[in-house]
Write a protein that binds this ligand. Structure first.
Ligand SMILES: Cc1cc2nc3c(=O)[nH]c(=O)nc-3n(C[C@H](O)[C@H](O)[C@H](O)COP(=O)(O)OP(=O)(O)OC[C@H]3O[C@@H](n4cnc5c(N)ncnc54)[C@H](O)[C@@H]3O)c2cc1C
Length: 457
């Protein structure tokens, strides 16, 4: 250990820490998965990352990359010890290239900061996670993150043109270039996107950006039941309308939001879908009225919001995951079974099954999320000191995962696999496809040092 520390200090100087207090700070992400690292290193450039990884390869030391640690699947938790590589210090926006509609950034850039930088140019980086103010581009790339606007604009994967990656033996490669289209061989870029730090360390990214829409409008449609709300979503999409956001807030979620702010312009009772449309003034008017007409026969109430009216509603939507403690301060939200997704047509069936599961096991739950992608966040919350509640929660989460799989869905639409959902990978992918993933892992990381223990690999 002493020799390793000396070598780390030689590469990264005072950006290395072996103090127990710091190691604890890096022992988990925002999930419940924990593992204590032996060292924390905060590299400041690609050359340092390359030297560090070469050292880890020679000594067979596990390396877990970390962005902001907001992940919800244990991806950044160093479950087998070793080194946590905190990439948040490599946080420069290196180039804003408006003519080519792209940016080049280091992985530690915080998502919201990138969009603030692009605002004066009239552009934005569309993937829009609820954690925008905290999470880093490196973490987003590694989880293929998305969020409220992916229903129209797609996930992170659709925006990556080039990655600089440090491989498991310290070599540095680029996977693409500035060209928008390339048919040159295997798509290496997309092998690294969503790989959760198991194949290489991303040290730079070339990302496409998009022009900001002129205007936005929000249709708030309130329904008697969540399942009916699900049917309304199917109807809107099958009429050929693509909203720029399509979020569900069930009645428990509304209750939580109203406890935070009684004046919030949301209905008091019912299950709500927020349909946002964006584009020109004319097209948003037209789409908002089409959505209203489609929903009218099913809805309890309808309202169209625009301009500054929308900001507090979206701000509340972003906060909702954490706000659940308002319902009962003795209970904590547990991030398991929270990110399932199904094909659009199966949304009402998923809602029904989740309701049956949580009711039969008597676990309070809040349902919200990016329902236009078929993605439902189920917030289960319990008193963590009560073993019986934990036991029931684990059963509920398992049943929710299996319900999604039985409907042709996924155990994770955007939060990733990490360790939280690793056990479902054989069922999710099929054993043959999982073997192909394992072969890719073996080829790129033969010593298994990069984020070991994750993704069921
Ligand atoms: C309140 C809240 C709301 C959220 N809302 C959303 C949402 O709407 N949509 C969504 O998709 N997610 C959401 N998340 C989850 C999380 O914020 C995202 O997954 C985010 O992209 C993680 O970024 P991070 O920088 O925190 O990454 P971390 O948690 O630090 O790491 C994530 C993964 O990436 C790997 N990694 C990090 N940097 C690198 C690198 N440079 N090279 C290689 N591997 C790397 C890590 O090893 C880990 O496996 C939310 C989380 C919270 C707490």
């Amino acid at each position: 250990m002493k020799k390793i520390l000396e070598d780390l200090l030689e590469i990264a100087g005072d950006r290395v820490s072996a103090s127990l207090a710091e190691r604890y700070c890096y022992s988990c992400d925002a999930s419940q998965i924990v593992g204590l690292p032996d060292f924390v290193v905060r590299p400041k450039n690609t050359s340092q990352v390359s030297q560090l990884i070469r050292l880890c390869s020679e000594r067979q030391i596990p390396v877990t990359a970390r962005g902001a640690g907001t992940g919800l699947a244990g991806g950044a938790s160093p479950v087998l010890g070793g080194i946590v590589l905190d990439m948040s210090g490599m946080n420069r926006i290196l180039e804003v290239d408006i003519e080519n509609q792209q940016v080049i950034v280091e992985p530690g850039v915080v998502h919201e900061k990138l969009n603030l930088e692009l605002l004066p140019y009239g552009f934005f980086f569309p993937p829009d996670p609820g954690s925008s103010a905290m999470c880093t581009i490196g973490g987003m790339l590694s989880y293929n993150s998305s969020g409220m606007r992916s229903v129209k604009y797609g996930t992170v994967r659709s925006y990556v043109l080039d990655l600089e990656v440090v491989l498991s033996d310290g070599r540095v490669i680029n996977t693409g270039s500035k060209v928008l289209k390339s048919a040159a061989g295997y798509d290496l870029t997309r092998i690294f996107v969503g790989s959760e730090g198991t194949l290489g360390i991303i040290t730079r990214a070339g990302l496409k950006i998009a022009p900001l829409p002129r205007t936005r409008k929000l249709v708030l449609a309130c329904f008697e039941e969540a399942e009916i709300a699900g049917h309304a979503v199917i109807k809107v999409f099958s009429n050929g309308i693509t909203p720029s956001a399509c979020e569900i807030l069930d009645r428990t979620t509304l209750q939580v939001l109203k406890l935070c702010d009684p004046d919030l312009a949301l209905p008091d009772n019912g299950d709500v879908i927020l349909f946002e449309v964006d584009g020109s003034v004319c097209s948003t008017e037209e789409m908002a009225s089409q959505i209203s007409e489609i929903c009218r026969p099913m809805a309890k109430s309808l309202k169209v919001a625009s301009g500054p009216e929308m900001a507090p509603i979206w701000a509340a939507r972003r906060l909702v995951g954490a706000a659940i403690s308002q319902l009962d301060p003795n209970k904590t939200r547990i991030y398991i079974g929270e990110d399932v997704g199904v094909p659009i047509k199966q949304i009402p069936a998923l809602i029904r099954k989740v309701q049956q599961i949580t009711t039969s096991l008597d676990i309070p739950a809040m349902k919200y999320g990016h329902i236009g992608d078929g993605n439902l966040h189920v917030a289960l919350f319990i008193n963590v000191e009560d073993k019986d509640q934990w036991d029931r929660l684990r059963i509920a989460a398992d049943r929710i995962h299996r319900a999604a799989l039985s409907l042709g869905g996924t155990v994770s639409s955007e939060h990733g696999i990490g360790l939280s959902r690793a056990e479902y990978m054989p069922e999710q992918l099929g054993i043959e496809a999982l073997q192909v993933m394992r072969s890719i892992k073996k080829a790129l990381d033969p010593k298994g040092i990069l984020n070991p223990g994750k993704m069921g690999l």
